[in-house]
Design a protein around this ligand. Structure first.
Ligand code: AOS
Ligand code: ZN
Ligand code: ZN
Ligand code: ZN
Length: 424
């Protein structure tokens, strides 16, 4: 299903007066208002194909129904999200969950909805029915060369699918690791991973990147071969310019200072991008901004400062993606909330008075520095986001329209109450 533009316009019209009141109030105090709104409009966040269905835990899965049954329907769901928020103009595919059998028609469908293809993801953390060797003891780090070769070939196949869809990056997350001390020679595992990644790296087209994701634990609970940003960064620097480190916010041990990691990766030109989510305990994959929105703001503060200093633009150059998965919300509602939370953090960071902050740091005025950051963080920027959506042809209130139009009910009628999407 697709959403008529007239429905969005009509809903916007009804909310226009209330929006204008709130917008004028916040806008009055902002310098360079139009530039800021333009930056907010330009900032898009990719949707992972696997987030369009309800996730599961190892204890069960409770689908709400009407989930996309095919790659086409996943693209349609992202089209719906993008029509509402004008901020999600790409989708990230996962092979083999989303094999594009006919790339030309898949690309045409996406283009018709204003979408393109973000990074393609390989999968060597599950065994597929037709594969020769098992990944039970790892993939790119496996002790057996034949298993490594199979995993390398899979990654090259994923690059080839991505080329057909005009993707520009391969995203690699490995579950390779060990569950018990002694199971693995950790240095050997690292060296074999580097060797395998080299073969993949050599197959990348000139204008492509490989994004190396790290994660401290799960599914392995003693060691993970690419367990933290140091290991990812080490691989990325040994591989070369086309390799960078991907930061999934949930992939850190409790209370890690993620904004500091981000600032240094950015400084070194090694920040591939993000998998945004939120968490309280581990890789919880909860809705972005639902637990610790201040951390998200502090990350964006580093990004705004670091990118501006390098003449980088938020619209390009870095991979912005959501990686969330949970089993109780309507996935589309969850993604609308996540995109909103990311853009709120970005907008707040744009409001930080950078010259004043530099001055406060120079003077070691700790109190003033905190005031400057928190003044921006405590500004209600939601009317700025709404205005940016309005100017781009989106909805003042995407979630309200999604509910008023009973879109999930229609999707259930169209696809069935038992329709469950492929993914985890
Ligand atoms: C796994 O924990 C990682 O976050 C992956 O990025 C991602 O969730 C996976 O590739 C999708 O299954
Ligand atoms: Zn991730
Ligand atoms: Zn994860
Ligand atoms: Zn996660």
């Amino acid at each position: 299903m697709q959403l008529e533009k007239s429905i969005i316009d009509e809903a916007n019209h009804k909310q226009q007066a209330a929006h204008q009141r709130k917008f004028d109030f916040v806008a009055a105090d902002i310098n360079g208002l139009d530039t800021i709104i333009q930056k907010i409009s330009d900032f898009n966040i990719a949707i992972p194909s696997w987030a369009l269905g309800t996730g599961g835990t190892r204890f069960g899965r409770f689908s709400g129904g009407g989930e996309p049954r095919s790659l086409e329907e996943k693209i349609e769901d992202v089209g719906l999200i993008h029509a509402l928020n004008k901020s999600s103009n790409s989708i990230s595919l996962h092979i083999p969950w989303d094999i594009p059998k006919n790339a030309a028609s898949i690309k045409a469908l996406a283009a018709q909805l204003g979408l393109h293809f973000d990074a393609v993801n390989s999968n060597t953390f599950q065994d597929q029915p037709d594969q020769q060797y098992s990944y039970k003891y790892g993939s790119l780090h496996h002790v057996d060369k034949a298993v490594r070769k199979q995993a390398v070939e899979h990654n090259i196949e994923v690059i080839n699918y991505g080329i057909e869809l005009d993707s520009k990056a391969l995203s690699v997350w490995l579950s390779d690791g060990s569950n018990f001390p002694g199971q693995l020679n950790m240095r050997g595992a690292f060296e074999r991973t580097l060797e395998s990644l080299h073969e993949i790296y050599d197959a990348l087209p000139a204008d492509w990147k490989v994004w190396i994701e790290y994660k401290p634990y799960e599914p392995n609970f003693y060691s993970t071969t690419i367990g933290d940003w140091g290991q990812s960064y080490l691989l990325a620097s040994k591989l070369g310019k086309k390799a960078q480190t991907l930061v999934d916010l949930g992939h850190h041990l409790g209370s890690t200072n993620i904004e500091q990691i981000v600032s240094l990766l950015l400084m070194e030109g090694k920040l591939a991008g993000f998998h945004f989510n939120d968490s309280k305990y581990g890789d919880d994959d909860l809705t972005v901004g639902s637990i610790n929105p201040y951390q998200l703001f502090l990350i964006f503060n580093e990004l705004v400062e670091g990118m501006d200093a390098r003449g980088l633009n938020h619209a390009t150059g870095i991979g912005w993606m959501i990686d969330a998965s949970h089993n109780i919300k309507d996935p589309i509602e969850d993604l609308l909330q996540s995109v909103e939370a990311i853009k709120i953090a970005y907008a707040q960071a744009l409001l930080v008075d950078q010259p004043a902050l530099v001055q406060a740091q120079q003077n070691n005025d700790v109190v003033l520095a905190q005031e400057i950051l928190q003044h921006a963080y405590r500004t209600d920027v939601r009317p700025l986001l709404a205005e940016a959506r309005l100017r781009s042809g989106g909805a003042l209130n995407p979630l309200a329209i999604y509910r008023q139009q009973t879109i999930r009910k229609q999707l259930i009628e169209e696809r069935g109450a038992l329709a469950v999407s492929t993914g985890l």
